[in-house]
Design a binder for this molecule. Structure first.
Ligand code: 4AD
Ligand code: MG
Length: 434
């Protein structure tokens, strides 16, 4: 009877037993009577020790010539090993090559990121990228769990849309039969507003698109966003929701990945342990004062870019919320502050350590006439927004929500300089392959 097939992540359950592992050769070293094969199976890496006296002569000789990333099957006994990061190794009695990989283009030597992005389909196999993809998975699961457990209903928003949500300058156009042009969605928000009036608490979670002509470390043309929207919620409650939400994601990621983030990604995880409520909150006006005090000259009306966000966020050990931006800087749908009509009831959550804005959101205009005026001021096609205006005709209520970008969040949690490594296949101005 062949031994049971095990996954490396579950290997502790098999201590002292014989198992079969199916995977790829990650690395290898040899010393006369011993070959040390680093075997990865997608769930982890284990050292498989091939001892000359424990396998047939031919198999031992073959094991010395297996090339990096060849697919292999190994069988052997699971042994505790205190020196290995995994805590276990495999004493091999059988090795076989499924497919030989010749000249694998990513060798253990250092490659530049441009080269690695070109080979992204293979780069995903490396240890760092493995951890990042697993953290992303956990972030997405934590997002779903948070809202599902809080009484929200997941409502999928369309990808083809007839009009802009976040401003016309970043729309991707798509030809759409006899109806002319459609656009790839920039945000599901407007549809979530309709859904919130139907279901009370809703969220969408999917890809969004921005034809942003900016080649920064924080911008992708295709990124994933989660957008909750809640009826009868105001800006203050929206900020509290965002705070609870972020804390739950951070806690989940620490619970599951603290060690690999620290050891494999070499990110200082003590900087994540401090992410607890309450987050500091300040108005845009206060933020401008702080920027000036910090030696970064700014005046009312300036928009914040990466530099301003970094100066502000670096003053705190947890995310900071900036609210009530000048309405002119913000999208058409924000409600004005009744106490100061120059400002919009919007907020951004800025991640610490220079990772930038991870959340944007706020309270929506719920008055028909004010909203219609805003659509006209922004020179948006009123016909395309008639359905949206309807929501202000039939039982309009105060409501609010926000959008959190998955890639910005993962880059912060993993301590990655550029968002391109946080998504399996990045889409940027200068990249659409692989
Ligand atoms: O601030 P944004 O543009 O907000 C909205 O789209 C709202 N409609 C959301 C809502 O209220 N429902 O985008 C929200 C978040 C940003 O904070 C950022 O994390 C991410 O989406 N984001 C990007 N991530 C990667 N690349 C880009 N080009 C991004 N643009 C925004
Ligand atoms: Mg924003």
């Amino acid at each position: 009877m062949p031994p049971p097939v095990a996954r490396i992540s579950q290997i502790s359950k098999y201590e002292g037993q014989e198992v079969e592992l199916r995977g790829w050769l990650y690395g290898k070293r040899s010393s006369g009577k011993l070959h040390f094969l680093q075997v990865r199976d997608g769930s982890g890496v284990i050292q498989a020790v091939v001892f000359k006296n424990e396998v047939p002569t031919e198999m031992f000789a073959r094991a010395d010539h297996i090339l990096q990333e060849s697919s292999i099957v190994v069988r052997g006994t699971v042994r505790a090993d205190k020196r290995s990061p995994l805590g276990f190794e495999l004493g091999v009695n059988h090795v076989e090559v499924v497919h030989e990989a010749k000249d694998y283009p990513i060798t253990p030597k250092e490659h530049g990121v441009a080269y690695l992005m070109e080979k992204r389909h293979l780069w995903l196999r490396s240890a760092r990228q493995n951890v990042i993809l697993r953290v992303r998975h956990t972030v997405e699961k934590a997002i779903r769990d948070f809202f599902d457990e809080d009484g929200f209903t997941l409502v999928d928003a369309p990808i083809f849309t007839p009009a802009a949500c976040e401003g016309t300058s970043t729309l991707f156009e798509v030809p759409y039969f006899d109806l002319g042009k459609a656009y790839l969605t920039q945000s599901g928000q407007l549809y979530m507003e309709a859904a919130a009036m139907a279901l009370g608490k809703v969220y969408c979670f999917g890809p969004t698109f921005r034809a942003e002509k900016s080649k920064t470390r924080r911008h992708l043309t295709e990124f994933w966003m989660v957008e909750p929207e809640v009826a009868f919620m105001d800006l203050e409650e929206d900020m509290t929701l965002a705070e609870r939400f972020i804390c739950s994601i951070v806690q989940r990621v620490l619970d599951k990945h603290e060690r690999e983030i620290r050891e494999v990604l070499e990110r200082d995880t003590s900087k994540l342990q401090t992410v607890k409520p309450p987050f500091p909150r300040m108005t845009y006006g206060e933020a401008i004062e702080r920027l000036n005090k910090a030696g970064h000259p700014s005046k009312w009306g300036d928009d914040f870019g990466g530099d301003e966000e970094t100066v502000l966020a670096s003053q705190f050990d947890r995310p900071v919320i900036v609210h009530r931006y000048p309405a002119d800087l913000k999208a058409f749908y924000f409600k004005r502050d009744p106490a100061d009509p120059r400002v919009a009831l919007g907020m951004d959550v800025l991640a610490p350590e220079g990772f930038g804005e991870i959340i944007g959101g706020g309270q929506r205009e719920d008055d028909f006439d004010a909203l219609l005026g805003r659509i006209e001021e922004h020179k948006l096609p009123v016909e395309a927004f008639e359905w949206y205006l309807d929501l202000r005709k039939y039982g309009s209520v105060p409501h609010a929500g926000f959008g959190l970008g998955v890639e910005r969040t993962v880059s912060w949690l993993c301590g990655l300089h550029h968002v391109r490594e946080t998504i399996p296949f990045a889409r940027m101005m200068e990249r659409i392959t692989p």
